[in-house]
Design a protein around this ligand. Structure first.
Ligand code: ZN
Length: 479
């Protein structure tokens, strides 16, 4: 089972700002507010039976609004325009609301917040088993643009938009209690959408452990809830040691149980500003306590927690997501092995999959291309590349590499260049770094052969029989 295949995390993050004070829904003043350009604003209303509406008020200078989180096409079929001349469209890999030239300045859409998996972003709605919902407000973050052509010019990547104007204010109206950024609100929540946190709608019981505070689904199997704090303490302790310092604030968690229906089990997670982690756990094997689940859970927690320690250092372009995801994959297994929760057999299984999946993902296309078409390569190729990098920098660790890379970004997002420069700074062989640079940006004829050659060069022993990995070991400095 590929336990982290569906993990969506390490996404672009922005600094957490305190939200504006909440207050009751005052319809009259609200209407006055949303009818006052130049600000573009979004008003979302939580209906009684899962029917939601979104009302967007625009400045006439803008005819198109591109959704920042639009890697996958899920809005164009779900969102229904209620306003003549205004539509939800899929334009070159982005979702956008488009106003016809003579359309009204206020448009309304009916939709149901999507609760399925969306590749490479946060689940838009995470349902909890007691009827509460966590709504990802970042899903409503839009870039105001002049027209459809300006959306197309972004080529599917919001980071290609460099102008100001991402701060479309967003208001959420609901009868349910709201928990947002640790604060409770009633009736209405006003935020800047780009803060991109979850708003929890429902009666939230906050659990405080040694390692976290947060909301845990009351339907979660007991054996998971019971072990959660202890598991996280172990993971955080291991990460404190590797990164040299603890987190700047206690982690906050949203942990949803998504039922026993699926065969096997599924773990999905995300990391958000303010040291928040969202976990979604489901599957029929969780009906009874199963000791074999523990190592998977621990690695899943370690993967997500590694992203917390990676901090606000985010990638500049999503094509470089392999750097953060790969490092989190490699470190989570290193930590699990440290803690005695994974052994050489688990390591062999993980890397056998990585070699096979990465080889497949890169057949006839570059890593950056593979990532653009989905999440392919981020985890498998990323893990192998992170392990090669770790072995290439000798006594330095992946955490050191992260710190060296982060210090080169001047507070902006990192790129593959920052990563390679940091490798060189920590003593990696320039020939290997150049080879890795080509591997990640050009089409490679024989991806498996190239991965094996780079591994050989840094002391990773990988023996294959009939194309399958049968023995694997890494140098002591990369454990
Ligand atoms: Zn991740």
């Amino acid at each position: 089972m590929r336990f982290l295949k569906a993990t969506a995390c390490g996404l672009a993050m922005t600094a957490l700002l305190a939200c504006q004070p909440g207050g009751g829904a005052d319809t009259a003043s609200l209407e006055a507010e949303i009818k006052t350009p130049p600000h573009v604003s979004v008003l979302i209303t939580d209906g009684e039976r899962g029917d939601w509406t979104l009302q967007i008020t625009r400045d006439p200078a803008y005819d198109a609004f591109a959704f920042v989180r639009a890697g996958a096409d899920w809005r164009s079929t779900e969102w229904v325009s209620q306003t003549l001349g205004v539509s939800m469209e899929r334009i070159d890999g982005m979702d956008a609301i488009v106003f016809a030239p003579n359309a009204a300045e206020v448009a309304t859409f009916a939709f149901r917040p999507y609760s399925g998996e969306v590749q490479a972003t946060y689940t838009p709605r995470i349902p909890f088993s007691d009827g509460a919902d966590a709504i990802f407000l970042g899903a409503f973050n839009m870039i105001p643009l002049t027209d459809r052509a300006a959306v197309a010019a972004l080529m599917g990547e919001a980071s290609n938009h460099t102008d100001e104007g991402r701060d479309v204010p967003l208001s959420l109206i609901t009868d349910r209690p709201i928990l947002y950024a640790g604060e409770r609100h009633t009736g209405r929540l006003d935020v800047k959408a780009h803060q991109g946190l979850y708003a929890y709608l429902g009666e939230a019981t906050i659990t405080e452990g040694e390692s976290f505070k947060g909301v845990i689904d009351p339907g979660m199997p007991d054996f998971i809830t019971k072990g959660l704090d202890e598991d996280l303490v172990r993971v955080f302790t291991a990460l404190d040691k590797r990164f040299g310092e603890p987190l700047d604030q206690t982690a906050s968690l949203l942990v949803a149980f998504r039922g026993f229906d699926e065969p096997g089990f599924s773990l999905r997670g995300g990391v958000l500003p303010g040291n928040m982690m969202s976990f979604e756990i489901s599957g029929d094997v969780l009906k009874t306590e199963n000791p074999r689940i523990q190592p998977y859970l621990q690695r899943f927690f370690a993967h997500e927690a590694t992203h917390l320690y990676q901090g606000d250092t985010r990638y500049e372009h999503k094509r470089h997501a392999w750097i953060g995801e790969g490092a989190a994959e490699t470190m989570s297994l290193q930590i699990a092995m440290d803690l005695g929760l994974a052994d050489a057999a688990v390591q062999l299984e993980q890397y056998a999959e990585n070699y096979a999946f990465c080889d497949e993902a890169l057949k006839g296309r570059t890593l950056e291309d593979a990532i653009r078409r989905g999440n392919e390569g981020n985890y498998d190729c990323g893990d192998l590349l992170a392990l090669i990098a770790d072995a290439a920098i000798g006594e330095h660790s992946l955490a050191d590499l992260w710190t060296a890379m982060a210090s080169r970004t001047d507070g902006d997002g990192y790129t593959a260049e920052h990563h390679f420069e940091a490798m060189l700074e920590l003593g990696a062989d320039p020939t290997l770094v150049e080879r890795m640079r080509r591997f990640t940006s050009e089409t490679v004829d024989d991806p498996l052969g190239e991965l094996r050659a780079m591994g050989d060069a840094v002391g990773i022993e990988a023996n294959f029989e009939d194309g399958a990995l049968v023995a694997f070991s890494v140098p002591a400095t990369a454990r």
